[in-house]
Design a binder for this molecule. Structure first.
Ligand code: NAP
Length: 268
């Protein structure tokens, strides 16, 4: 899709990856609607863009019914004003690095809500107001393809988001809406605590700058690539995990001591 003058709605737009996506999209001439909970941070993102007056923001907690209604009303306003939104990027996400036994039920539900239920509900709503041709791009994770200790419910949510994106893209075949899925690997943002960043370094896991993810987003939107995994070893591991999961289990087993050490520190 050509992005110039297209209206693009981004959730999680004040986060590390969301802000980088907003900056890349604004360079492409897109007009943005940035969504997150905290106004100050959204304003900062808008002020960092080349033409701030062309972009808007919406404060909404997307795990609530009220937040989803605000988003739907905003999109309907656009529809009525003949300024239909052409692209939705579901980027809002969260995770907690802990073993399942140490998690409380509320935090598990919140994680599943924001990473899986929320993008499903926004996507369903978008079927009624998105321009055609239109694109929905869901931001997943390498952990959606590889079950990893300390991230069980996050892995579950992102795996669900991957299947959802694939299923709906097939369901909408020929109907003018594409549903794409991008799986970044570890990325340098506030999502990862200092401890997690330290663990990634110890394990030799590569950590991308958010701009790397944003550039992949632009390429995917332009080419309408159905799904993409960032990073070579991660891409390969995701494939091996499908075909020969025991190989991946053996490899993760070698990391267990380090993972346990860092999870313990996270719990202190
Ligand atoms: N960073 C990584 O290592 C990594 C790797 C793979 C995939 N990802 C995925 O990439 C996406 C972006 O992550 P990030 O690293 O940029 O995270 P981040 O820096 O923590 O940003 C999270 C964003 O989501 C918003 N948000 C959080 N809770 C919300 C809620 N209830 N309603 C509406 N917005 C909410 C936050 O703004 P407010 O707090 O103001 O609401 C913020 O804009 C996520 O889906 C994440 O799972 C990240």
């Amino acid at each position: 899709m050509e992005l110039k003058n297209k209206y693009v709605l981004i959730t999680g737009a004040s986060g590390g990856i969301g802000k980088a996506i907003a900056q890349e999209l604004s360079k492409q001439g897109a007009k943005l609607i940035l969504v997150a909970r905290h106004e100050e941070r959204l304003k900062e993102v808008i002020d960092s863009l080349p033409n701030p007056s062309e972009h808007q923001y919406l404060c909404a907690d997307l795990t609530t019914r009220e937040g989803l209604t605000l988003l739907r009303n905003k999109a309907r306003d656009h529809l009525q004003q003949n300024k239909k939104i052409s692209v939705v990027i579901n980027g809002a996400g969260t995770n907690q690095f802990r073993f399942l036994a140490q998690r409380d039920a509320d935090s598990l539900q919140h994680e599943i809500n924001l990473n899986l239920t929320t993008p499903i509900l926004i996507t369903q709503s978008a079927l009624a107001w998105l321009d055609r041709p239109g694109i929905i791009l869901n931001i997943g994770s390498t952990f959606g393809s590889i079950g990893y200790p300390g991230y069980t419910s996050y892995c579950a949510a992102k795996a669900g988001l991957h299947r959802f994106s694939e299923a709906l893209d097939r369901e909408m075949d020929g109907a003018g809406i594409r549903v794409l899925y991008l799986a970044p690997r570890a990325t340098n943002t506030e999502l990862n605590s200092d401890l997690v960043t330290q663990m990634n370094k110890t394990l030799g896991n590569h950590c991308d700058k958010p701009q790397v993810v944003a550039k992949h987003v632009i390429k995917m939107l332009k080419k309408e690539t159905p799904a993409k995994w960032i990073g070579w070893p991660e891409k390969l591991f995701a494939r091996i995990n499908q075909l020969l999961p025991n190989l991946v289990t053996s490899s993760i087993r070698k990391q267990q001591e380090t993972i346990h050490k860092f999870v313990k520190q996270a719990e202190e």
